[in-house]
Design a protein around this ligand. Sequence first.
Ligand SMILES: Cc1cc2nc3c(=O)[nH]c(=O)nc-3n(C[C@H](O)[C@H](O)[C@H](O)COP(=O)(O)O)c2cc1C
Length: 189
Amino acid sequence: MKKVTILIGSPRKNGNTRILAAEAERGLKEQGIATETVFLNDLKIRGCQACYWCKKNDVAECAVKDDMQKVHRLVQELDGLILASPIYFSTVTAQTKAWLDRMFPYVSMNLVPKLPASKKVSFIFTQNQPDGHLFESGIGSFMYAVGLSGLTVKDHMIACDLDTGVKPPVTEKKELMDQAYRIGKDLLR
Ligand SMILES: Cc1cc2nc3c(=O)[nH]c(=O)nc-3n(C[C@H](O)[C@H](O)[C@H](O)COP(=O)(O)O)c2cc1C
């Protein structure tokens, strides 16, 4: 059975980011793909300590023993990853950025990735601003950096004009719900 991990970078358990990620999960489950959702905000993940232990030993392992060890195990086992994060100050949340920095063990010194390209990743971003082009550069460099690990970047969506509790929930925006569903459905195709 194929496995997909869904990482949520929003601190809100029932915010729009989670709702869209659950819609992607529906697309995955319909194809018999096993999923596991992890809220990064529930984990204790320190920032990268720049010890270069992974580089000196040339291993895809991290010397920092915290909850990122669990995420590393998931990354080793998964066939696909959905990363869902709100945009905070033009880029992903701090929880999501901490995760990215701790993916450093999968990038060797000469930038040769350590994860096989058979593993796929797609992204769901949510933001308040209605203009989906506003944060493209921050989003683009984030996705590029994730790809340095070797994960093949498959697709992404930017869900705009969302503000949980202030604006209508994303469940009322069929186009965005459909887009998230397709992100899940197409991830491993
Ligand atoms: C600290 C903070 C910073 C934010 N910065 C931005 C921003 O730069 N641009 C934007 O469009 N929305 C910004 N937002 C709004 C969120 O990206 C948006 O409401 C998102 O959909 C929240 O996801 P959630 O429903 O999962 O909490 C910010 C929200 C917070 C709390």
